[in-house]
Design a protein around this ligand. Structure first.
Ligand code: SAM
Length: 234
């Protein structure tokens, strides 16, 4: 199958109707990613079909949980995952893509311009510093492959509104990690975790979305400085 065929058939698992414009933008993003990857380290993936499965279809698993008009923060977006494919697939939601590495954010700004995306704002900042000015500001936060849940939750949950949710994309064997983070979930205002299992279309990889619904405000003292978050996780 071609990358196009993998993409169109795989997306159907998560989204009933995908516009041809969205498919076209995803494939152009893949081209830009693989081209830039020749000169800077953005992804270990070099094959367009693997960009579709390992990146686009994995990230598309979140699309059903994003509603029209919502604001979504991607913490540690790197080369734009999961936030950029989601912004293409959910054009009526607003996305902030946050990363501590300027070169990655510069790349994302180039992609946003090239694809004419008007619902994406790439931001160069550390999450724990951005949180000081953006407490309880987003309906949803999302994140993939950034940190252990105890650390990640302290970075992300303070920026989620009460009534919103944080979705952490994890490997299927994340049960111990989730168990170890139960104290952190409670302290940060999202005591009940849910595991949403899915299988990435075409490559069959089992994955989990850890959903944390924010029911209480995060105490003002979080997030702490990054060194403290890392050395003394909740
Ligand atoms: N989420 C992307 C993905 O799934 O491909 C990128 C994963 S990459 C392994 C981790 C990214 O998190 C890096 O780009 C790094 O700069 C970013 N990151 C780590 N800690 C961060 C922090 N405290 N604030 C902002 N970005 C952070």
């Amino acid at each position: 199958m071609t990358a196009y065929e993998l993409l169109v058939s795989g997306l159907q698992q998560f989204i009933p109707e995908v516009s041809p414009q969205a498919v076209d933008k995803l494939l152009r993003f893949s081209d830009l990613l693989l081209e830039k990857n020749k000169v800077m380290n953005l992804t270990a993936v070099t094959d367009p079909c693997e960009v579709v499965t390992r990146h686009f279809l994995d990230c598309a698993s979140l699309a059903p949980y994003i509603k029209e008009g919502q604001t979504v923060l991607d913490v540690g977006t790197g080369a734009g995952f999961p936030g950029l494919p989601l912004a293409i697939l959910c054009p009526n939601a607003q996305f902030t893509l946050l990363d501590a590495q300027r070169k990655r954010i510069d790349f994302l700004s180039e992609v946003v311009d090239a694809l004419g995306l008007d619902n994406v704002m790439p931001v160069h900042a550390r999450a724990e510093e951005f949180a000081l000015l953006h407490r309880a500001s987003f309906d949803l936060a999302v994140s993939r492959a950034v940190a252990d849940l105890r650390v990640l939750c302290e970075l992300a949950l303070p920026m989620v509104k009460v009534g919103g949710a944080f979705y952490a994309m994890k490997a299927a064997d994340c049960m111990d990690e989730v168990g170890s983070a139960s104290h952190a979930f409670a302290v940060l205002g999202a005591p009940a975790s849910e595991l949403l299992h899915y299988t990435v279309p075409h490559n069959g990889v089992e994955r989990v979305l850890v959903r944390l619904k924010k029911t209480d405000a995060t105490p003002d003292k979080y997030p702490r400085r990054f060194k403290k978050i890392q050395t003394d996780p909740l």
